[in-house]
Design a protein around this ligand. Sequence first.
Ligand code: ASP
Length: 326
Amino acid sequence: MKKTASAFAASMLALGLSFAGSALAQDYPTKPITVVVPFSAGGPTDTVARLVAEVMSQDLGQQVVVQNVGGAGGTLGAGQVATAPNDGYTLLLHHIGMSTAPTLYRSLPYDPTTDFAPIGLITAVPMTLVARKDFEPNTLAEMMDYIKANGENVTYAHAGIGSASQLCGMLLMDALDAQMTTVPYQGSGPAMTDIIGGQVDMICDQTTNTTSQIQASEVKAYGVTSLNRLGNLPDLPTTKEGGLDLEIGVWHGLYAPAGTDPAIVERLEASLKVALANETVVSRFAELGTYPVTADEATPEALTQTLASQIELWRAVIEAAGVYAD
Ligand code: ASP
């Protein structure tokens, strides 16, 4: 009897909690939301996050605050969100690294496919191969020859194993069958500062971090990793045109921790769509050589599907290159 009564009490409690849960979802958000960017401030992922967060703040009526948690190629910040409370107040804005980390890190402390509730894709950004402005080679062909001839004397900056710049560098070295000396940073914002300052030779990074520097001639640019040339960098050849077999687009997604109330995920998805249709976001993205995804891609389904297929795609490439973080 006692057992039945306490079971009843427990189920009432559960019922009460579930009522409380949906009431919470209805009122959501009632306090500021943190979006973790797993790289330094001032870099390309940070740029995308801050543009989107500003409009989401207006739409949600609460501050959406970007927090930079750089380190270990984005896996530190992602790991932090994987174990954060799943109440909709801690989110993750990450990129293609969500799909490369499971292969690069054999002991990754989180599972990208089960520890997160995907909210939606955001944008896909091409990458550019750039160098300090007094780096000797002037064209993509010269740059390839230079790396082949000078190998480890060339320094290549990246944002840690698991970052897009590391992935692009790995593909470049693989394509040239050469090895450069890699210099890791907590994000490509600080890496770009060192390229401009001449402390490191080159990087492959998203146009969101390189377009203005290329336009201002602060760096030397060799090629863009998209299939077609970019409207705002018309003189920059594609890697394919330059005879380099390296094509890559860096996609970004927004995630909550797994188990987040579906009503909260839905609210965030709607808000993300508002941000991606916002005129300022669209025009700033365009200036940076990127375009928001369409509304049917800014969805949990599209992000889930992209993540799964990209994990498979990069697994094969990384295993063939034999590069691992641990
Ligand atoms: N673009 C960087 C990367 O290489 C990360 C960043 O700082 O946003 O992945």
